[in-house]
Design a protein around this ligand. Sequence first.
Ligand SMILES: Cc1cc2nc3c(=O)[nH]c(=O)nc-3n(C[C@H](O)[C@H](O)[C@H](O)COP(=O)(O)OP(=O)(O)OC[C@H]3O[C@@H](n4cnc5c(N)ncnc54)[C@H](O)[C@@H]3O)c2cc1C
Length: 415
Amino acid sequence: MQDTSRPIVLISGAGVAGPALAFWLERCGIEPVLIETAPTLRTDGYMIDFWGVGYDVAEIMGLLPQLKRLSYDMSEVRFVDDAGRTAGGFSADLLRSAVGGRYFSIPRSDLAGEIYRSLEGRVETIFGDSITSIEQDDAAVRVTFHHAAPRQVDLVIGADGLHSRVRQLVFGPEADFEKYLGYYVASFTVEGYPHRDEGDFVSYGVPGRQIARYALRGNRTAFFFNWAEDRKLPFDHRDVVAQKELLAQRFGGAGWETDAILAMLPSCSDLYFDSVSQIRMDRWSTGRVALLGDAAFCPSLLAGQGTAFAMIAAYVLAGELDRAHGDFARAFKNYDTTLRTFIESKQQSASRFGSWLVPRTKGGLFLRNQVTRLMSLPFVGDWMMRSAFSDNFTLPGYRIGRAAPNASAGQGAAS
Ligand SMILES: Cc1cc2nc3c(=O)[nH]c(=O)nc-3n(C[C@H](O)[C@H](O)[C@H](O)COP(=O)(O)OP(=O)(O)OC[C@H]3O[C@@H](n4cnc5c(N)ncnc54)[C@H](O)[C@@H]3O)c2cc1C
């Protein structure tokens, strides 16, 4: 039952950004309603690294204990040759020490799931539906859906990812905002893969292709594929059969364990497959509609911090809406000014990282592996990690942050 005295914000997308925003809005007397196209929370199997100011936000939200229980402590990133011998890599301790131990790896679905569980039962969520039209004027936004009855709400937030429906309906076609970075990514998990190397992120490369595995609990293994494609592939990003065929074609016969891994592909049910792209927009709002997370500023997996940015942005957007006391135009403007420089500089660094992740030549692969070996030298690895992993951003100290369950914790929050 909706409380008609509270402003209502419809949030499209129950990934990371959407539930994080709902978490904060609920605390400042605004009623969030989530709508998610999937029939339940998504469980696609890719791992993420989690650190920086986003880690501080998770701490203020009081989520760290649960997240740490679900997380993995990586021991080593190891690049191997065709025979499985170490060709490069570095200890994950370097990474942890660069961020004062405030770092872990976790399946994206577990992070999203924990944020959602923190508000489950208190926030209305419509699963298995999607927005079909958005019309706004000075007084309200009118929204229609595939299945649900039309609604009138105060604001609409598109937190529906890289292929945002809200962005497409209100701001224009995806192609107007997408910057394709020249790579594709796929990931899936299976049970019973025989090679484990617990704690190690084991990665094998040939020019233009990189494949990696990481052992999960319950005898499961997560696999990652990254490869270079000069142009975007002309097929539907939801066509799983075509995706599996393409993956087998691009990686078949590449060497190391590749064929054994590809043999598991037909039985996987959680394939993630997409282009490596960024979303770059001059503004993240228009009237009563704003975008958040990947929908607004997808940094791509090359940033290694998209979930952290989504959580930071959710906190800032809610904090500004709370501060603005109903002046949503001011809130949206401040949301943009507070985050833009930080996000854009991260997008720029990420777009340069592809050739390190997937070198396109034998020489490039050799060089990448040798550089990672140098990281074990005293001070060198530490210096490299600190420069790559620092967040030049101070979390604003909003009233909502102080009202949260673990308000004293966030180290980055300015008072
Ligand atoms: C392979 C890979 C590795 C990555 N590694 C890292 C990493 O190491 N560290 C890190 O921090 N980030 C990483 N990222 C990035 C990170 O996953 C994203 O930046 C983050 O998930 C963005 O959160 P979001 O909530 O904005 O979008 P998403 O997590 O994509 O959630 C969007 C939600 O919207 C839903 N949706 C889509 N369309 C509609 C619609 N029409 N109506 C309603 N709902 C809809 C989707 O089902 C989904 O639930 C990685 C990404 C990839 C692909």
